[in-house]
Structure formats: C-alpha cells, structure tokens
Ligand binder design. Structure first.
Ligand code: NAI
Ligand code: 15L
Length: 265
C-alpha cells in the first residue's frame, strides 16, 4: 500500500498500532482532533474534525486504505455521539467514495450486541442488541458500511472489537480481550487479502471460553495468537468473588448496559 490513513491516531489503539504496523504502507497519514506526537519518518499528521465534511474529503484524498479508529469510544450524550460517530462515519464513507473507494477497516464494537448474556455464543449475523447510544452508533456505522458495499462495492472489514487493552483487567475481559498484537495482525490481513467483501469479524483474541464465533470469516486467514487465560490468576486474585448482580456478569457489554441515555452533556 502506498498511503494508509489512520483516524483517531492520538487515541489508545492508534498509539498501540502505529509501531506494530510499520512497513504496511510507504506513508501513513495520521489524523485526529488531538495532536499526534513523535512522528516517524513515514508518518504525517493532518489534524481534522471527522464531523467537518469538507475537511474529511481532503483528508481521504490520495489514500489507498483507511483504518477508521476515530470517534467517541465510550458512552456519551446523543449530541456528542451524533457529531463524531454518525456524521463522522458518513463523512468517511462519502469521502472514500469520492477518492476511488480505498478499503476501510471500521472499528466497530462489542457494544453493538452488548445486551446478550455472557456465555451465549454469537455468530456475526446475530440480531443486533446495542447496549448504549455508543453501541447504536456502531450499529449505524456497520449498516452504512454494508450499504456502501451493496450499492457501490466499497470494501470494509467491520471489526467488532471486544476489549483491546494491554491486558484484561476484569473477569468479563477474560472472554472479550483482544491483544494489541492480535489487532495488528488482523489489520495486516484485512489490507493484504485479495478479496475482502464486507465481513463482520469479531475482534477478539484466542481466549478460553470466548463468546464469539469467527468461523464465517476464516477465509480472511487471520489467526489470533494471544489468550487471556494467562492473566486469569492475576484477575481472579484481584476480583476473587464474581458478583451475580454486576452488569459484567449479566451482559456481554458489561457496564454500558446500565448507563443512562442522555440527550445533552
Ligand atoms: P480513544 O478514545 O482512545 O481514541 C479515539 C480517538 O478519536 C481520540 O484520540 C479522539 O481524539 C478521536 N476523536 C474523537 N472525536 C473525533 C472527531 N470528531 N474528529 C476527529 N477525531 C476524533 O479510543 P480507542 O480505544 O483508541 O478506540 C479506537 C476505536 O476503536 C474507537 O472507534 C472505538 O470505538 C473502537 N473500539 C475500541 C475498543 C477498545 O477496547 N479500545 C473496543 C471496541 C471498539
Ligand atoms: C469499547 O467499545 C470501548 O471503546 C472500550 O473503551 C471498552 O469499553 C470496550 O469496548 C469493552 O467493552 O471493554
């Protein structure tokens, strides 16, 4: 790939992925509302608000692939989510359409299905059960990706990320954890595979007792290597007694399911 665009590059996953994606593209265009620092030689920073249509059209021009991480990543008011995650995702797809349809990886979330109970094994085509306005915004992003594929053949990997952190820090995350290395290898496969289409992929490591079945996307050739089980002792020592009333025990999405819905900040 000549030029890869990473939105949300100042965020946690952007920072974790930058060094891990070295060599994937000759040039990486990093974008965010916040400053991105410590640029490598092949990296360039272009500040941009995803809600600004004209700015996003300029941002996407000349890019051969888009890793779309930018936006609100936790539950917030409708006002906040509307700008970054609804308007912002539309702007990315419209800009991609104008720029020759570079392949997109859309960072969706397990909060699209967060109201399912832990332990139930889900397929990628399970009916959506978002647990928050944030989760609803990711359902919208997934639907938009699918519409652009059906209408224009725009390819997207819809990656429903579980919990992507340095290590799992709750009992729930022993099932939902995605390691940074496994995310990076997934990104590489998405941009390497010849025909992508528009699959829904569970972004989760090879954890014992995982709730999500990636068999339908096997053709992608992605094999997650890490397993949260190696942190089980540490997590259980810190949290010895599972609480049956806790949202983490009741819902795959954990605490998002019990957060109130707010119109404004
Ligand atoms: P983060 O919150 O650390 O990073 C998101 C970045 O987007 C921030 O740097 C923020 O400044 C930027 N941003 C927000 N609004 C913007 C706007 N209007 N214009 C331009 N930039 C804007 O989130 P993180 O953890 O890095 O996640 C990246 C993506 O992955 C997000 O889309 C998130 O929803 C998704 N995801 C992450 C998971 C995780 O476990 N870290 C789990 C599931 C999904
Ligand atoms: C997400 O979608 C969030 O971006 C992240 O902050 C975590 O809450 C993660 O899901 C999770 O469910 O653990």
């Amino acid at each position: 790939m000549n030029r890869l665009l990473i939105t949300g590059a100042a965020g946690a996953l952007g920072r974790a992925l930058r060094p891990r994606l070295c060599g994937l593209a000759n040039e990486v265009r990093l974008s965010d509302l916040a400053d991105v620092i410590d640029l490598a030689e092949h990296e360039h920073f272009v500040p941009c608000d995803l809600a600004d249509h004209a700015a996003v059209v300029d941002l996407v021009q000349g890019c051969d692939g888009i890793l779309h991480l930018g936006g609100i990543s936790v539950e917030k008011s409708f006002d906040a989510i509307l700008e970054a995650n609804i308007r912002g995702v539309f702007n990315i797809y419209d800009a991609a359409h104008k720029a020759g349809q570079p392949r997109i990886l859309f960072a969706s979330s397990n909060h699209t299905i967060g109201f399912y109970p832990p332990g139930q094994t889900l397929q990628p085509d399970v009916p959506l059960r978002p647990d928050s306005l944030y989760g609803v915004s990711k359902c919208y992003g997934e639907a938009l990706a699918r519409m652009y594929y059906d209408k224009y053949n725009q390819e997207t990997a819809i990656v429903r990320i579980g919990s992507c952190f340095p290590e799992p820090d709750s009992r729930r995350m022993l099932s939902t954890w995605l390691s940074y290395d496994d995310l990076a290898s997934l990104v590489r496969r998405v941009f390497a595979v010849r025909d992508l289409g528009c699959p829904v992929i569970w972004g989760v490591s090879n954890n014992d007792g995982v709730w999500w079945d990636n068999t339908p996307s096997e053709a992608l050739g992605w094999t997650p290597r890490d397993n949260a089980a190696r942190f089980r002792g540490k997590v259980e020592a810190r949290l010895p007694h599972p609480d049956p009333e806790s949202p983490d025990t009741r819902f795959q999405g954990g605490g998002h399911a019990v957060k109130p819905v707010r119109a404004h900040d």
